[in-house]
Unconditional design. Structure first.
Ligand code: 5GP
Length: 187
């Protein structure tokens, strides 16, 4: 059976993971981005099945209890999880599957998929991170405070990852990610 590869992208909310990922997927359409389930409400412009599968807590708890989630975590008051079958199916087809997940989930993946390549994206500074979260204009003050608190905790654990990349400049950060992926000894 062909076997693909699992790539985990983690970094604090607002660090620009989404923008980096979109650019990465445009340049490498062969990569498969896993679509997570979440109990968070959709933001403006988010599409069910594309950005996330938006489900309620009861549905989420059922998936978790049935072992259908490869990893899951609570983040800023909502649950997020990766659908096990989606990942396993694509990996078994030889695909490179990308997970864009937070720290707790990335830690779980280290246990279940130690061969996964785990990349952590850092902001240039905490001030810049706060500016980016506020500029997005999509979160309440309470949500912003929660996200900043979580960001500090995540950054403190960045050393646990295989590769650290500072997102100071989109193009440069992208090139660093490409170098990590395509020059990786874990291929
Ligand atoms: P957001 O609400 O901004 O879309 O996502 C909040 C955080 O949840 C981000 O750090 C994102 O990477 C993370 N996240 C998204 N999907 C998953 C998932 O399936 N599992 C885990 N553990 N984290 C996720």
């Amino acid at each position: 059976m062909k076997s693909g590869k699992l790539i985990v992208l983690t970094g604090p909310s607002g660090v620009g993971k989404g923008t980096l990922l979109r650019a990465l997927l445009r340049r490498h359409p062969e990569l498969y981005l896993s679509v997570s389930v979440t109990t968070r409400s959709p933001r403006k412009g988010e599409i069910n099945g594309k950005h996330y599968y938006f489900i309620d807590r009861q549905q989420f708890e059922k998936l978790a209890a049935n072992g259908d989630l490869l990893e899951w975590a609570e983040f800023a008051g909502n649950y997020y999880g990766t659908l096990r079958r989606q990942v396993e199916t694509h990996i078994n087809q030889g695909k490179w599957v990308v997970l864009e997940i937070e720290l707790e989930g990335a830690r779980q993946i280290k246990q279940t998929y130690p061969e996964a390549l785990r990349i952590f994206i850092l902001p240039p500074s905490m001030e810049e991170l706060e500016n980016r979260i506020r500029a997005r204009g999509q979160d309440s003050e309470e949500a912003i405070a929660l996200r900043l608190e979580r960001a500090r905790a995540e950054i403190a654990a960045a050393y646990e990852f295989d590769i650290l990349i500072v997102n100071d400049d989109l193009e440069k950060a992208l090139e660093r990610i490409e170098a990590a992926l395509f020059a990786s000894a874990k291929c």
